[in-house]
Design a protein. Structure first.
Ligand code: NAD
Length: 513
C-alpha cells in the first residue's frame, strides 16, 4: 500500500518535471548528458544531469561581462529599466512552471514556490521605478561660482553567488537592481539548484530578445561548485561580489574580496528570535510562530529559531505549540494539503538530529524532531519539526542549524529578553509580540534589537520588496533589494564644477603663483 503511494508520488514528480521543462525551454541539450546530477528533494529521484562550467572558462566569462559593461554603462538608465520591465512580464507568464520547478528542486511547498516567483516580479517592478530615480545630490559649495554634486555611475560586472533555499528570488534581487544600475551579472547558483537557474536564464533570454539591442555577455550563468564562486571572488574585474549563503562561506569570501579592495554584499546565516511579552495576543503569536518556524521546513535564513517567552506564558504557549505541531501535514510539497515539505538532503536531516542530540545534552526537552517515513515519498528527507524547551541560551541555541528546530526559553524582565535576543553571533531578523507600546518602541530603538530586521506583532521570516534586506554581525552586514540598497551596485562620484572666472581654494588656503 505504502509502496503504491510512493510510486504515485514519484510519478507526480516526473509529470511535474516534464511539464516544467517544456514550459521553461529547458532543452535535452541543457538538462542531460552533463556531470552534475540534480536530485529532487521531494523523492530523491534524478531530474537531470547538467553540464558544469569548467573553472578554466571563468576568465573568458568575466572578460565577456567586462566587454558588455563598456556598452551597457552608457545605455540610459530608463532604457535599461525597460529590459527589467520585460523580464517582469516574462516572469509573470512563467510564474506557474517556475514556481513548480522551485518546489521540485528546492522542496518548497507550492504556495511558497509561487510566492518566491512573485517576489521576483515585485523586485522587477521596484527596479523599473528605480531606473528613473538613481538620484544624486546637489551640495552647497563654500566657494563662490562653484557647484558641487554627487553622481552615481555603473561600477562593472557583479558576481552573484546564491544559496539553495531561495534559488531564484535572491538572483532577481541582485540582477534586477544591477541591470538597471548599468552592471552586467555573472550568476553562480547553488550546485544543488542549477535547474531553476537555467530556467531563469531562459526567461531572461526571452526578455533580451524582445528588448533587442542589449550587448552580448550582459548576463552569464555558471554552473558548478565553490571553485567557480572563488574565481569571481578573486577577480579584480568583478568589483562587486554579492554572496548569499552560510557564515562559513562568508568567512572564506569576505577576506579575499577585501584583499583586492573589492566590495562585498554578504547575506549570511541568521538565528532569528521572537520575544513573547505578557500582553501579547497569544493566538496571533501562535500562528506567526508556526509559519515562521516550520515554513520552508525551517530552511529560510529568516526562519524563527528562538522563542523568548515571558515566564508567565511559557507553559501555556509551549502546550499550544506542541498541539499545533502535532497536526502539521508533512509530505510531498506538490500536494496542496502539505505544509511541511522535505529538507534539502540527508546531510540536512543528519545535522538536525545532531543538533537535537546536542540540545538534549545541554539540558533541553525535545518535542517532535523525529524522522518521518510513513505517508511521505520514499527517498526524501522528511522530518517532524521540533520544539525544544531549553533551560538557557546554550551553545547549540547560539548556532544556526538549517532545519525546523524551535528553541523555547523563558525570561523574567524585559531587559533580560532583549539581552537574550541580542546574545547570539548572528543579527538577521527579530520580532516582538506585545501590546505594550513602550516595549514595542524600545524593541525597535537604538537600545533594542541589534538585527537588520526588527518587527512588531509579525514573525521574523520573509521579506517584502521595498525594505532593505540583510543583517548585522555574522550575517555579514549586506543590504539588498529595497530602500537605497542600489547604491552598493554603483560607484559614487563627487563633482565640483567652477563656473566663475576665479580659482578660489577651499578652506581659505592661499597659493599665489
Ligand atoms: P552554502 O554556504 O553552502 O552555499 C552558498 C553558495 O556559496 C553556493 O553557491 C556555494 O557553491 C557557494 N560557496 C561555498 N563556498 C564558497 C567559497 N569558498 N567561495 C565562493 N563560493 C562559495 O549555503 P547553502 O547551504 O546553500 O544555504 C544555506 C545558508 O544560506 C544558511 O546559512 C542560510 O541562513 C543562508 N542564507 C542567507 C540568506 C540571507 O539573505 N541572509 C538567504 C538565504 C540563505
Amino acid at each position: 500500500m505504502n509502496r503504491m503511494a510512493d510510486r504515485m508520488q514519484s510519478e507526480t514528480v516526473a509529470e511535474a518535471w516534464a511539464a516544467c521543462r517544456t514550459a521553461l525551454d529547458l532543452t535535452d541539450e541543457a538538462v542531460s548528458g552533463g556531470s552534475l546530477a540534480v536530485r529532487s528533494p521531494v523523492d530523491g529521484s534524478e531530474l537531470a544531469r547538467v553540464r558544469q562550467t569548467h573553472a578554466g572558462a571563468m576568465g573568458g566569462v568575466i572578460e565577456s561581462a567586462q566587454r558588455a559593461f563598456l556598452d551597457w554603462r552608457s545605455v540610459p538608465a530608463p532604457r535599461r529599466g525597460e529590459l527589467v520591465r520585460l523580464l517582469g512580464e516574462e516572469l509573470r507568464a512563467a510564474k506557474e512552471p517556475l514556481g513548480t520547478l522551485v518546489s521540485l528542486e528546492a522542496g518548497k511547498i507550492r504556495t511558497e514556490g509561487l510566492g518566491e516567483v512573485q517576489e521576483m516580479i515585485d523586485i522587477c517592478d521596484f527596479a523599473v521605478g528605480l531606473s528613473r530615480q538613481l538620484y544624486g545630490l546637489t551640495i552647497a559649495s563654500e566657494r563662490p561660482g562653484h557647484r558641487m554634486m554627487e553622481s552615481w555611475h555603473p561600477i562593472g560586472p557583479v558576481g552573484v553567488i546564491t544559496a539553495f533555499n531561495f534559488p531564484v528570488a535572491v538572483w532577481s534581487w541582485n540582477a534586477a537592481i544591477a541591470l538597471v544600475c548599468g552592471d552586467p551579472v555573472i550568476w553562480k547558483p547553488s550546485e544543488k539548484t542549477p535547474l531553476t537557474a537555467l530556467a531563469c536564464e531562459a526567461i531572461l533570454k526571452r526578455a533580451l530578445a524582445r528588448f533587442g539591442d542589449a550587448p552580448e555577455g550582459l548576463h552569464h550563468v555558471v554552473i558548478g561548485g565553490a571553485e567557480l564562486g572563488e574565481a569571481l571572488v578573486q577577480s579584480p574585474q568583478v568589483p562587486v561580489i554579492s554572496a548569499t549563503g552560510s557564515t562559513r562561506m562568508g568567512r572564506a569570501v569576505a577576506p579575499q574580496v577585501a584583499a583586492r579592495f573589492g566590495r562585498s554584499i554578504l547575506e549570511l546565516g541568521g538565528n532569528n528570535a521572537m520575544i513573547v511579552a505578557p500582553s501579547a495576543d497569544l493566538d496571533m503569536a501562535v500562528r506567526a510562530i508556526v509559519f515562521s518556524a516550520v515554513g520552508t521546513a525551517g530552511q529560510r535564513c529568516t526562519s524563527l529559531r528562538r522563542l523568548i517567552v515571558h515566564e508567565t506564558l511559557k507553559e501555556e504557549l509551549t502546550r499550544k505549540l506542541v498541539a499545533a505541531y502535532a497536526s502539521l501535514p508533512i509530505g510531498s510539497p506538490l500536494d496542496p494539503a502539505t505544509l511541511v515539505g522535505p529538507l534539502i538532503d540527508e546531510a540536512a536531516a543528519q545535522a538536525m538530529s545532531d543538533a537535537l542530540a546536542a540540545a538534549r545534552a545541554e539540558g533541553g526537552v525535545v518535542h517532535g524532531g523525529e524522522r518521518v517515513r510513513e505517508g511521505v515519498p520514499a527517498g526524501g528527507a522528511y522530518v517532524a519539526p521540533a520544539i525544544v524547551e531549553m533551560p538557557a541560551q546554550s551553545a547549540i541555541v547560539r548556532a544556526e542549524t538549517f532545519a525546523p528546530i524551535l528553541y523555547v526559553m523563558e525570561y523574567e524582565a524585559f531587559d533580560e529578553a532583549i539581552a537574550m535576543q541580542n546574545g547570539v553571533p548572528q543579527g538577521l531578523s527579530s520580532c516582538i509580540f506585545t501590546r505594550d507600546m513602550r516595549e514595542a518602541e524600545a524593541f525597535v530603538s537604538a537600545a533594542g534589537s541589534d538585527c537588520g530586521i526588527a518587527n512588531v506583532n509579525i514573525g521574523p521570516s520573509g521579506a517584502e520588496i521595498g525594505g532593505a534586506f540583510g543583517g548585522e554581525k555574522e550575517t555579514g552586514g549586506g543590504r539588498e533589494s529595497g530602500s537605497d540598497a542600489w547604491k552598493a551596485y554603483m560607484r559614487r562620484q563627487t563633482n565640483t564644477v567652477n563656473y566663475s572666472a576665479e580659482l578660489p581654494l577651499a578652506q581659505g588656503v592661499s597659493f599665489e603663483i
